[in-house]
Design a binder for this molecule. Structure first.
Ligand code: 5RP
Length: 260
């Protein structure tokens, strides 16, 4: 039940709950991946079931697709939807310009494609994700399995010429085996600590053969909904420059919390 949620989970929940206000009847909605995005999918599902909201969802991972179907959201592929009204997704870090690091859940490739194919991208996050400079969270880079060690070495060599504070890289593992993304690729995490020029880094990474995509989302996010453990929510819109404050009460809800 909501009362048993940790303050971070409460923060994620209220951000998700506030963010679904951006979704209107008839919209095509990109559905992000991760624990915060899962709250958003549950909240949307509740609106579909209880209030008859009609939406079409485009999930950014197999696990989000499964959850969306489970809660009653109609799911289609991006090719079927073609263009989306809004995408709501979590993030691992965001800065004051709403540039992001994403990919902690290894879904960055589909997430970036879906967010880019949307009129608006809304990020939902707890306040702990806010940073002055991106880079404390290791930057995920998706690489194809063929020759991944060579690609990793090339990434390390490329980092020497870039303004970052750390340059170690690690292949993301799931126990004894490399993590496999939904697209059948691997993830190399870049431990950079601080990225001085995220735009340049993103462009340079994507030029390395074997790199499919990196987790920097530059100029893609339009607004961030920041949740706090006490129910406070802030909506920061980068286009209008506005900041709105709200408060969301926790209401014990069987449907939303029963599977926790
Ligand atoms: C998945 C992501 C997630 O949105 C990001 O890792 C945040 O996850 P969480 O909401 O669980 O903190 O980018 O690839």
């Amino acid at each position: 039940m909501a009362g048993e949620l940790s303050p971070i989970d409460k923060a994620k929940f209220v951000a998700a709950k506030r963010a679904v206000d951006f979704v209107e009847d008839g919209m095509r909605v990109g559905l992000g991946t991760g624990s915060t995005a899962a709250w958003m999918v549950r909240c949307l599902g509740e609106l579909v079931r209880e209030e008859g909201l009609r939406i079409t969802g485009v999930p950014t991972s197999a696990r989000t697709a499964a959850l969306a179907r489970e809660v009653g959201i109609k799911v289609v592929s991006l090719d079927e939807a073609q263009w989306l009204d809004v995408t709501i997704d979590g993030a691992d870090e965001y800065d004051s310009e709403l540039n992001l690091i994403k990919g902690g859940g290894a879904a960055l490739l589909q997430e970036k494609i879906v967010a880019t194919a949307s009129d608006q991208m809304i990020v939902i996050a707890d306040i702990g994700k806010k940073v002055e400079k991106l880079g404390s969270f290791p930057l995920p880079v998706e690489v194809i399995p063929f020759g991944w060690q060579t690609t990793k070495a090339l990434i390390e060599e490329t980092l020497i010429g870039l303004d970052v504070m750390g340059r170690t890289t690690t292949l993301r593992m799931n126990g004894d085996i490399p993590v496999m993304t939904d697209e059948g690729n691997h993830i190399i995490d870049l431990h950079l600590n601080r990225i001085e020029n995220a735009r340049q880094l993103s462009l340079v990474m994507n030029q390395i053969p074997g790199v499919v995509e990196n987790g920097l989302f530059i100029d893609i996010c339009d607004a961030v909904v920041i949740g706090y453990g006490d129910g406070k929510v802030e909506v920061r819109d980068i286009n209008s420059g506005t900041v709105e404050e709200d408060h969301i009460d926790f209401v014990e809800n069987e449907n939303l919390f029963s599977d926790l």
